[in-house]
Write a protein that binds this ligand. Structure first.
Ligand code: HXC
Length: 519
C-alpha cells in the first residue's frame, strides 16, 4: 500500500481520537467545575435520562462557522449541544442537551440548527421532544446568526405545540433565549441550583437599579412559587431526569395516540373511607389531595405546579390504568377560591390534557371567585374566563364530581354540565347554588330580616330553610345538571366505569383556524 494512503485501522483510530476529544466537551477542567457545582455533564444527563444504551447521537462533528471576536478556528465540541434520539421506558424520544462546558452552552447558528433538526425529527416520528437547558443564551459572538437560530427554535417550538409533548429541563443558569424556548414548551422542570431569567442581576441593576441575586430572581422559589413559570422543582440533575421519565409515563407520544394504558384492578370495591373524608360542615377545610389519593391507582398522583396557586390542585394520575388529568379545588388554601393565578394554572393544564387525549376529572368544592380590587384590576374577568373557555373547548372525556360547595360562576367554571361535561356526579354533601346560604339570605330576605321581631333568629331560620331547599345536589339533579347523586365510597368505581364508557368519545366542532381564548 502506498505510504500516503492511511490504512483502515489508522482511519478508525483517527475517528476514535476525534470522537473522544469531542465527547470530552469543554475539557476535564470544566467538567470538574461542573461536578464540583453538583451538576452532571450533558452526556451524563442523557445517560441518566434515557434507557440504557438507547442513545443514538447525531451532529457530533458539527462545528460553528463564526470568525468574529477570536472565534475563528476556536474548537466548540459538538457546538455546545448534544443531540439525538433514544428511548424512555422503551418509547422513542428526541432530545437536545446543552453543554455548559462548551462556551457556557451558548447557542449559535449551528447549535440552534442541531436543536431544530431534533425538533423536526420529533415531529416526523411523533415522539416527545426533550431539551436540557444549561446556557448563557444567544452566543454573543455570533450576533444576528445566534438570534436567528433562537428565532427558529421558538418557531419550531410552536410547530410542535399540541402535536408532540415538549419538556424542558432547566439544569443550570439559563438566560435570554434559554429561558424563552422553555416557556414555549409544555412543562418546565428546574433543579434547585438552576436559575432562569430573561435578564440577569447585572442587567437589572444597570437598567432599573434594583439589586437582586440570580437565585432571588431566577431560582425555583421565584419561578415556581411566584411567577408560575416552572412546573416541577427537582433536587438535582438526577431527580430532574426521574421527574421527566415519570411525567412521560402519563403522556402519549403524540396527539394522535392515546396515553399508555397500565394494568387495572379486577374489581373496585367501595371505599367507605371516602364517606367521611370531607367535613360535612362547609366552613371546615381539608386537603383535597387526600381525596385524590383515594380515587386514583396506587395513590400515585403527579402534582403539577405544586407550589403555585395552591388554591387549585392539578396533576396526572391513572384510574384503572388510564391516564387522567385531575383538576381539584383545594379547600385547605384560601378555602379553594378561584383567583387569577388559579384560573391561569388550571386553564393551561386543561388545554394540555385536551391536546393529548387525556380525560379530565374535576373535583369541585369551590366557594366562588375571589372578590377584591386587586383581582378586578388584575383582570380576573379575563383570567377566570380562561377556565370557561378551556373546559368548553375541551373535547376529551370530562367527568365532574361535586363534593361540597359549588357556587355561582365558579360552579360553572369547574366543568359544569353546561360547559358540556359528559358526566356530572355529586356527593350528598354537595351544595350547588348561586351563592352560600348566608350571603343569599342577606340579599333576598333583607327586608324580612329587618322587619322581624328577632332579626338574628329570623336570619338563622331563613339560612336553615335555604340550606335545606337549595344547598343540596337535588335541585341541580332534578334540572339534569347533575347526572347522579352517589355515595362517596362509590366514586372510584363510577369514575372507572365512566372513563371506560367515554373512551370512544368523538366530538365534532365547527371548523375554524383557532378559537380566541382570552389571554
Ligand atoms: C457567549 C457566553 C455566553 C453567551 C456565557 N458565555 N454566556 N459566551 N455568549 N451568551 C461564556 C462565558 O464567556 C464563559 O466563557 C463561559 O460561557 C462560562 O460563563 P461564566 O460567565 O464563566 O459562567 P457563570 O459565572 O456560571 O455565569 C453564567 C451566566 C453568565 C449567568 C449564564 O455567563 C451570563 O450572564 N452570560 C450572559 C447571559 C446573557 O445575557 N445572554 C444573552 C441573552 S440574549 P469562558 O471561555 O470565559 O469560560 C438572548 C436573546 C435570545 O438569549 C432571544 C430572546 C427573546
Amino acid at each position: 500500500m502506498p505510504e500516503h494512503i492511511k490504512s483502515i485501522e489508522e482511519k478508525i483510530e483517527e475517528l476514535n481520537r476525534k470522537r473522544e476529544r469531542i465527547q470530552l466537551g469543554g475539557g476535564q477542567e470544566r467538567i470538574d467545575k461542573q461536578h464540583a457545582g453538583g451538576s452532571l455533564t450533558a452526556r451524563e444527563r442523557i445517560a441518566v435520562l434515557l434507557d440504557q444504551d438507547s442513545f443514538l447521537e447525531s451532529g457530533l462533528f458539527a462545528e460553528h462557522r463564526c470568525t468574529n471576536f477570536g472565534m475563528q478556528g476556536k474548537p466548540m465540541p459538538a457546538d455546545g449541544v448534544v443531540t439525538g434520539a433514544g428511548s424512555v421506558d422503551g418509547r422513542l424520544v428526541h432530545l437536545a442537551c446543552q453543554d455548559f462546558t462548551v462556551g457556557g452552552g451558548s447557542a449559535g447558528e449551528v447549535h440552534c440548527r442541531k436543536i431544530v433538526q431534533m425538533m423536526q425529527a420529533s415531529l416526523k416520528t411523533g415522539s416527545p421532544f426533550i431539551v436540557v437547558n444549561d446556557s448563557g443564551g444567544a452566543r454573543i459572538q455570533e450576533g444576528i446568526e445566534s438570534l436567528s437560530g433562537y428565532g427558529q427554535v421558538f418557531y419550531n417550538n410552536v410547530m410542535l405545540s399540541g402535536v408532540v409533548p415538549q419538556i424542558s429541563l432547566i439544569c443550570g443558569p439559563c438566560a435570554g433565549g434559554a429561558a424563552y424556548s422553555p416557556a414555549l414548551t409544555d412543562f418546565i422542570i428546574q433543579t434547585r441550583s438552576a436559575c432562569m431569567f430573561i435578564t440577569g442581576p447585572s442587567v437589572i441593576k444597570a437598567v432599573t437599579g434594583e439589586e437582586v441575586t440570580a437565585e432571588e430572581i431566577g431560582g425555583p422559589a421565584a419561578q415556581m412559587n411566584i411567577s408560575g413559570v416552572v412546573h416541577f422543582v427537582a433536587e438535582d440533575d438526577r431527580d430532574a431526569m426521574a421527574i421527566c421519565r415519570r411525567l412521560l409515563s402519563f403522556l402519549p407520544s403524540n396527539n394522535l395516540e392515546d396515553p399508555p394504558q397500565w394494568d387495572a384492578e379486577e374489581i373496585i370495591l367501595p371505599d367507605k373511607y371516602l364517606n367521611t373524608i370531607i367535613p360535612v360542615d362547609s366552613r371546615q377545610s381539608y386537603d383535597v389531595r387526600d381525596v385524590v389519593a383515594r380515587l386514583v391507582d396506587r395513590a400515585d398522583f403527579m402534582e403539577v405546579q405544586e407550589h403555585f396557586a395552591r388554591n387549585i390542585v392539578i396533576g396526572f394520575a391513572r384510574i384503572q390504568g388510564r391516564s387522567v388529568g385531575i383538576v381539584a379545588n383545594q379547600p385547605a388554601v384560601m378555602a379553594g377560591v378561584l383567583d387569577i393565578d388559579a384560573s391561569d394554572k388550571a386553564a393551561r393544564f386543561i388545554r394540555f390534557c385536551n391536546a393529548f387525549n387525556i380525560p379530565l376529572v374535576t373535583l369541585v368544592d369551590v366557594p366562588g371567585f375571589l372578590p377584591g380590587v386587586e383581582q378586578e384590576y388584575g383582570g380576573i374577568i379575563r383570567h377566570g374566563a380562561k377556565m370557561l373557555f378551556a373546559y368548553s373547548a375541551a373535547t376529551v372525556p370530562k367527568i365532574t364530581v361535586v363534593m361540597r360547595k359549588a357556587y355561582g360562576g365558579a360552579y360553572l367554571a369547574m366543568c359544569s354540565k353546561d360547559l358540556d361535561a359528559d358526566r356530572v356526579i355529586s356527593w350528598p354533601t354537595a351544595e350547588i347554588a348561586v351563592m352560600g346560604a348566608e350571603g343569599a339570605v342577606d340579599v333576598i330576605f333583607r327586608n324580612e330580616i329587618r322587619k322581624a321581631d328577632d332579626p338574628k333568629a329570623k336570619r338563622q331560620e331563613l339560612i336553615a330553610e335555604y340550606k335545606e331547599s337549595f344547598s343540596t345536589p337535588y335541585a341541580a339533579a332534578s334540572a339534569m345538571k347533575v347526572d347522579d347523586v352517589i355515595e362517596p365510597a362509590e366514586t372510584r368505581r363510577y369514575l372507572a366505569m365512566s372513563l371506560d364508557i367515554l373512551h370512544s368519545k368523538r366530538e365534532f366542532r365547527p371548523q375554524k383556524k383557532h378559537g380566541l381564548i382570552p389571554l
